[in-house]
Each structure stands twice: as structure tokens, then as C-alpha cells.
Design a protein around this ligand. Sequence first.
Ligand SMILES: Cc1cc2nc3c(=O)[nH]c(=O)nc-3n(C[C@H](O)[C@H](O)[C@H](O)COP(=O)(O)OP(=O)(O)OC[C@H]3O[C@@H](n4cnc5c(N)ncnc54)[C@H](O)[C@@H]3O)c2cc1C
Length: 462
Amino acid sequence: MTKSIIWFRNDLRIKDNPALHDAVKNGEILAIYIYDSNESIGQASKYWLHNSLKSLNKDLNNKLNVYSGKPLQILNKLIKKFDITNIYWNRCYDPYSIKRDSEIKTKIKKQEIEIKSYNGSLLFEPWEIKKGNNDFYKIFTPFYKSCITNILQPNPPIKNKTPKKYINDKNSLNIDDLKLLPKKDWYKKFDKIWNISEKSAHKKLDSFIKNKLSNYKNGRDFPALNNVSELSPYLHFGLISPHQVFHKINSLRKSEQTEHFIRELIWREFSYYQLYHQPQIINRNLRPKFNNFKWANSDKLLQSWQQGKTGIPIVDAGMRQLWQTGYMHNRVRMIVGSFLVKNLRLHWKHGAEWFYDKLLDADIASNSASWQWVAGTGIDSSPYFRIFNPITQSQKFDKDGEYIRKYVPELSKIPNKYLFEPYITPDDILKKCNIKMGETYPMPVVDLKESRKKALDCFKKL
Ligand SMILES: Cc1cc2nc3c(=O)[nH]c(=O)nc-3n(C[C@H](O)[C@H](O)[C@H](O)COP(=O)(O)OP(=O)(O)OC[C@H]3O[C@@H](n4cnc5c(N)ncnc54)[C@H](O)[C@@H]3O)c2cc1C
């Protein structure tokens, strides 16, 4: 009799789950999740994980067994206790997981246990896409072209069977025992915003297709419209697979909207691709010349950015959206990123760390690649000398100030003419709007022109 472990990781779903699909083919299965004590995961992600595990457990008729500790030790115990013959999992692509999983494979295979791993979270394996000379791509556009014209079409989603015969481990922990919910209850607001389950991920995709896709290409740039899918945290923890998203969009009538959405999905692929081929992307500048860059060092400036109190309304709105919802619109992620790295001249790692802790979609591949892109330290990135002006960005992408007013309510009464630069507002208007600059709303923590010039000077000295 075959007795298999299905080890759930960032694939917390039943449908289109290749490892689960094969595990349930014969015999009994032990469905497990291991909270790996060595893995570093942010507070917002822990909140998402907690809720995703609850939902998966429900979908598995309460048959998910949960553990905390070192995966190799836990797997070895389970193998002995239940006479396990096979182990199935979907692959992870970050350097820590790759090392851990290959060690586990080598050690457990010696016991004549069959281990099978699958691709459950990417459209293409990172080693599949190569240049003609076998080298890997470093620039997005040729990578993208290669993906969309690739003869390796992304697999269609698999129709999974729900497991029938489960093994139950009486020593499984409860999901609550993992104590994933952060001590500070800032996350409680998220309960009202996010429905976290496999079913909700599909609802979100359907609602995006119905209501937003037709204006995605242009609308995606305007934070107040929020004309985006908000699928990123579901994709990160695998409540929906990129194959399911890709195939659903690809089955629609082809348009520049569908093409643009798929292009964004390929940015996600490119992030994983870069992480796989250049794992140093997590903590080292991909352009080594930036190792000599003269970063500033100021806890005060960093805190003003983290708390959304920089005195630059669009930056503050973005940082407060992050705090209040666990999400930030992509356009604003770029604006706050540029402001941190170029106007405040603080190292991109500070931004990446804050995002990694506070974003519900925190993803080591997309976060690291995007910060290196914003900072200009990546290989294919926005050049350092291209510095976003947060004022013109708000005039262009939030021209009615709807997004700023939502997240910076203390500026809600100020006329549009001054909203983006409240510090130049005449005193009588400030008074009418009940605003005291420096008291009810901060003065800018840096001068935009001077800080821009200083950043460019430092860049020239490299
Ligand atoms: C500084 C910075 C940090 C970021 N950190 C993360 C992160 O930790 N996790 C994360 O998933 N994304 C990150 N992004 C990328 C992007 O902002 C988000 O993926 C996107 O905003 C998610 O919203 P959405 O699902 O509504 O996107 P949509 O516009 O609906 O796009 C659909 C999907 O495509 C993928 N995608 C879209 N844009 C990008 C992109 N630029 N890079 C990679 N994938 C993309 C996402 O999986 C997204 O869910 C970051 C961007 C910046 C500038």
C-alpha cells in the first residue's frame, strides 16, 4: 500500500496542484504543512499564511496536519511513524529553499523513499528560458519575447481530484498553535479588506476580468482607480496558480489589455528567473559599482518614510495605504521607492526590508528585483539618474487628488492647486482648511530639488 506525504508550501490550494494531483493517485495521503523555523517571513505574510492555512484545512475536510520546526527532522519522524513510501511537493525557487530541499532529497532518498517535486508556481522553470548561446537573459524585453514565443507553452491547469483516503496524525498542531498572527493588532483592519481562500482568489480574478481588464493597460497607472487585479498575495502563497491566471486570460479574445496583463505576469516570472540565476539579488547590488555609493544614514528620515510623514503627500499616501491595507499600488510603490533611494538617499535595503515585513504580497523574488529596479542597482533597471518627481507624478497620476485625500485625510479640504505641495499654500487658505504646516501636517523632510541634485552628484562620483 502506497502511503504518501503531500507537503504543502507556497501552493496552498487544491486545484491545479501538480504535487497533490500525483500524490492522490494511489493509496493514502498525509497532508502536511511545516512552519520552517529557519525561514524568514514578514509579519503581514504571517497573517496571510495563517488565514490561508485555515482555508486549506477547511477545503481538505480538516485533514491538514501542521508542524513547526526543522523540515528534515519532521519528515523523518513522519516517515517512520506512518511507513511513508512517497513524498510529493511543489518546488520553491529562493536560495534557502533550494538548499534545504536538495539536502532533504539527498538524505531521504537514501532510505528508498520516492520523492517527486513539481513546478506549481511558475509558468516556466527558470532554467528553461535561455538565450541562443545558452546564457540566461539579463534584460526583461528579450526574456519576455522568448517567453511569449516559446514553444514551451505553459501547461494547462490540472483538474485535481480531492483526496479520498487521509492519514491523520494525532500529534499535529492546531494552526493557532503556530502563533502566526502578529502581536500588534494592526493587521485587524485587513480582515475587512481581504477574503483569503482559494475560492476568493478565483472570484477576484473573475471580477477583475469583468470590471477592470478592459481598461487595464492605461487604468493600471492610476492609484485611485485601482484598476488592477490585487492577485499578488494569492499568487505568492499559491491560492491561485499563474497557470490558472494565464490560461483564463489567454482564453479571452486577444487584445492589448490581455497582452499587457500577461506581460505583468511575465515580470513576476522574470523576478523569479533573476532570483534563480543571481540569488545575490536579495542583498547585494547587482551593479557592483553601487557598492561605493555614498548612501545617507538617518533613522529619523527612515522613520518619516515608514510612517508616511515625509511632508510629500503622494509618498505619505502610499506609505499609509501599505500600513492600513497591507497593499500598495504599483505606481506608488515606484514613487515611494524612488523617494527613499534618491531624495532621502537611504539604501534600498531599508525599503526592501520594510516592504517585506508589511506587504501581504511580500515576495523575496519580486520585492528584491523591484527594489533593485527602482534603485538603479539592478542589471535591467530604471537608471539611477532618472529620478521621479513626486509632485509631477501626483499631478499626472492622481490629478484630482482622490488617492491622496483618502490616505492623508488631514489634507482633504485643500484645493487641488496646492494639494501636491501643501507647503507652498498661502496662509489664509491653510487657515480655511484647518491646516497648520509643521503641526497638523509635516513640512517636507527634504527639499526635492536640492536632494535630487545631491543624489545626482553622488551618482556622478561613482
Ligand atoms: C519597490 C517595489 C516592491 C515590490 N514588491 C513586491 C512584492 O514583494 N511582491 C509582489 O508580488 N510584487 C511586488 N512588486 C511588484 C508589483 O508592485 C506588484 O506585483 C503589484 O502591484 C501587485 O498588484 P496586483 O496583483 O494588483 O498587480 P496587477 O497589475 O494586477 O498584475 C498582475 C500580477 O502580475 C505580477 N506583477 C505585476 N507587476 C509586477 C512587477 N512589477 N514585478 C513583478 N510582478 C509583477 C503580480 O504577480 C501581479 O499580481 C513590487 C514593486 C515595487 C516597485
